[in-house]
Design a protein around this ligand. Structure first.
Ligand SMILES: NC(=O)c1ccc[n+]([C@@H]2O[C@H](COP(=O)([O-])OP(=O)(O)OC[C@H]3O[C@@H](n4cnc5c(N)ncnc54)[C@H](O)[C@@H]3O)[C@@H](O)[C@H]2O)c1
Length: 247
């Protein structure tokens, strides 16, 4: 069992819960941070009944103070933090010409301001330790403009990829790496909830590899980027999109 500690945002369900599970299986102590803290708690309990290697933390990623509080809680609890996965995200699908100021700001806050605050708070802490890993979950939408997810979401994810490079450059001399992963459509609840079945069949047919992506594989990529040995990979964006976008 390693002593490494990871905090995963948006870990109450979906990709975040899978990421938390894979880090736990890799021997990490895992903090599952979410606004839906009860759901996060139930995933945490599933991983560790006595809470010794998994715990839930209430954290709204739009709040810098919440990131600071989560950092302090974890340092009190486990004495160290090694990895941050900025995974929380959300979108409301609205045609681009109809997006209101409020809708735009909300989606930017959850998907982009979150990455800024997470990288600021944990990047600064990691820099003082001389080591740390940050993995930002971006999206194919941030690279190709997206289709079913909304322009505000796509713009935010493009911004997350750019912030990844800015923080990677800033933190590289301090032993801290910052990378992004850009998944295409994954076989996850949110995809089945938001895309009607007949449309989903068309989406799958349009993917060159002919299937939705595996959340577990994306999680394993995050574990790999977070390893202590992964010193030379920074500022990168790992595309996992079934061949939908190549560059
Ligand atoms: N599902 C996909 O196909 C797909 C593809 C590309 C990228 N992504 C990205 O992967 C990440 C996870 O997506 P998912 O499919 O698991 O989504 P999801 O909606 O199933 O889960 C998102 C989680 O984030 C939490 N969350 C939302 N707002 C929050 C906030 N303000 N503070 C803290 N937590 C908050 C939710 O409570 C939920 O637990 C997101 O960043 C998403 O953009 C997903």
């Amino acid at each position: 069992m390693s002593n490494r500690v990871v905090l995963v945002t948006g870990a109450a369900r979906g990709l975040g819960a899978v990421v938390a599970r894979r880090f736990h299986e890799a021997g990490y102590r895992v903090a599952l941070a979410d606004i839906a803290v009860e759901a996060a708690q139930s995933v945490a309990q599933d991983l560790s009944v006595d809470g010794s290697s998994a715990c839930a933390i209430k954290l709204d990623v739009t709040s810098k103070a919440d990131f600071e509080a989560a950092r302090d809680t974890l340092l009190d609890r486990w004495g160290a933090i090694d990895v941050l996965v900025n995974n929380a995200g959300a979108s409301r699908v609205v045609p681009v010409m109809e997006i209101t100021a409020e809708q735009f700001d909300r989606v930017i806050d959850i998907n982009l301001r979150s990455v800024l605050f997470g990288c600021q708070v944990f990047g600064q802490y990691f820099a003082t330790q001389g080591a740390g890993r940050i993995v930002n979950i971006a999206s194919l939408a941030g690279q190709n403009g997206g289709s079913a997810t909304g322009a505000h979401y796509a713009a935010a994810k493009g911004g997350a990829i750019t912030l990844t490079k800015v923080f990677a450059r800033d933190l590289a001399p301090c032993g801290v790496t910052v990378n992004a992963i850009s998944p295409g459509p994954l076989d996850l609840p949110v995809v089945h909830e938001s895309v009607p079945a007949e449309k989903l069949a068309q989406v799958i047919a349009s993917i060159p590899v002919g299937q939705l992506g595996s959340a577990a594989y994306v999680a394993d990529a995050a574990v790999l980027l977070a390893s202590a040995e992964a010193r030379f990979a920074t500022g990168a964006c790992w595309d996992i999109n079934g061949g939908l976008f190549m560059r």
